[in-house]
Design a binder for this molecule. Structure first.
Ligand SMILES: [Zn+2]
Ligand SMILES: [Zn+2]
Length: 466
């Protein structure tokens, strides 16, 4: 402000008027003595919108941040910011149309390329925004497993399909239909073991393999529960080995018999028996060495072993093991789901379009960064990081150190928003209007009278006082 207090021509004090729009500041200086005037703006204005405000809205949205959290940071240091309504307006008019447009545009290209391939292997997976059957949204992701790229995401709202139980099949159906429209020839789909899904794929004549991740997730959950009881806690020591064994079995076998033989061999191995009756896998491949922890071996006819056997030898599980996918065993889903979690945390409720855009952003981020190379030391050794995640209860995990992520999609989207969408929103808005957006979940509920709700709370409160 000091720069404006004095007239640069006659060096006497001048009037200064300021105007503020969100992060934008404009100063008007007027000298009463020599009539000198000048205007200064803190950021360019496009149309009547300060460019910085729009860019900031876009930056918050596109990085998967919450406006309210960002607002808190600004408030805590008295930094001027626009209101939530402005953020929503930017999102609705420019940011969301840009995200949708960029996704559709990119997807169109990639699906055209895939349709030129002889055979394509895809993996499908469902993510519900809350566990159990209370989920509002389910997102079905299709990944092309050869290149590890997310090629389609279908967002299904539970009231579209009569409950969250049906969301997975619906998502898969829509995705398969889209691939078919583009003429993509599927060799097989690696997916969940859900009976509805099996039936559907059988009916469409699509070969199905079971994703190892799905099977492993289910088994780990069961064993986790069993290991909670005192008499079975020894199983905890075996959790990681069993998990690795599941992946190894799938990746290293070529026939159904071999898969089952390897799978069941672990029940011997945990009892310190390393030769097996099944000729498909007569003995463990590891070195016969003395274990440091003799206490870890399980004993036949103890509750721990019995329960473990019941889980791993379960008839349905064995049937599933036979159909385990030999394709691409690295668990891509786990990392994609953690990217989604960053853009659309499960504890935040988003409207349909907001959720969809966040999923697209997660896919942009994943597709750009999933194949990042491992960092090597100055002596060309690959680097690893050891960590002790709380969820693993003291077990350490070793992860390769990857090169830092890149954010080219953010630059592209910012450019698109400022230079294209803002100039002429209509074609981009049209893309959004093509998306069938289901009515919100609560739209179907009867709204109780607000007064009555308040009186109920008040009377409960009064009771508590007594
Ligand atoms: Zn002057
Ligand atoms: Zn063994």
């Amino acid at each position: 402000m000091e720069l404006f207090e004095m007239c640069p021509v006659c060096r006497r004090s001048s009037d200064v008027r300021s105007q503020r729009i969100g992060t934008f500041l404009r100063l008007e200086q007027f000298c009463n003595h020599c009539q000198y005037t000048r205007k200064w703006s803190s950021q360019p204005i496009i149309g009547s919108t300060p460019a910085g405000n729009l860019q900031l809205s876009a930056a918050v949205y596109l990085s998967g941040e919450s406006f309210f959290r960002f607002e808190k940071i600004c408030t805590s240091m008295n930094l001027q910011l626009f209101k939530y309504d402005t953020f929503r307006r930017h999102a609705r008019l420019y940011i969301e149309p840009a995200v949708v447009y960029k996704w559709k545009h990119w997807q169109n290209e990639i699906l055209h390329n895939l349709s030129e391939k002889e055979k394509v292997i895809v993996g499908g997976d469902m993510r519900a925004d809350s566990p159990g059957h209370s989920a509002k949204f389910g997102s079905y992701t299709m990944m092309e497993l050869d290149t590890n790229i997310v090629v389609d995401i279908q967002l299904v709202q539970s009231n579209e399909v009569g409950g969250s139980y049906h969301m997975e099949k619906e998502g898969l159906q829509r995705s398969v239909a889209l691939l078919k429209d583009y003429g993509v020839r599927l060799e097989c789909i690696v997916t969940d073991r859900h009976p509805q899904i099996q039936k559907y794929l059988r009916e469409c004549n699509i070969t199905q393999f079971y994703g190892v991740w799905h099977l492993e997730k289910g088994i780990t959950k069961k064993l986790d529960n069993i290991a909670k009881s005192k008499e079975c806690e020894k199983i905890r020591k075996w959790m990681r080995s069993i998990k690795n064994h599941i992946y190894w079995t799938a990746a290293s076998s070529s026939t159904a018999q071999e898969r089952v033989a390897k799978w069941t061999s672990i029940l011997n191995h945990v009892r310190d028996i390393h030769t097996h009756e099944d000729t498909n896998f007569p003995s463990c491949l590891h070195d016969q060495r003395q274990s440091r922890d003799c206490n870890k071996w399980l004993v036949a006819e103890t509750p721990a072993f019995y329960k473990l056997q019941k889980v791993l030898n379960n008839k349905r599980i064995l049937k599933d093991v036979m159909k385990l996918s030999p394709h691409h065993q690295t668990s891509n889903w786990e990392s994609f789901h953690s990217v989604i979690q960053r853009f659309a945390p499960k504890n935040v409720v988003f409207p349909f379009l907001g959720m969809l855009c966040r999923l697209y952003l997660a896919a942009f981020h994943y597709n750009e960064n999933a194949g990042r190379p491992q960092v090597t030391s100055t002596t060309e050794e690959p680097l690893y990081r050891v960590s002790f995640p709380k969820a693993k209860r003291g077990q350490c995990t070793v992860k390769p150190v990857k090169t830092p992520p890149t954010f080219r999609y953010l630059d592209d989207l910012q450019d698109l928003i400022i230079h294209k969408v803002f100039e002429n929103p209509t074609p981009y808005m049209d893309e959004v209007l093509k998306i069938p957006i289901p009515p919100d979940l609560c739209a179907g509920y009867e709204r109780p009278d607000k007064e009555e709700l308040i009186s109920r709370i008040v009377s409960r409160f009064n009771q508590a006082q007594v």
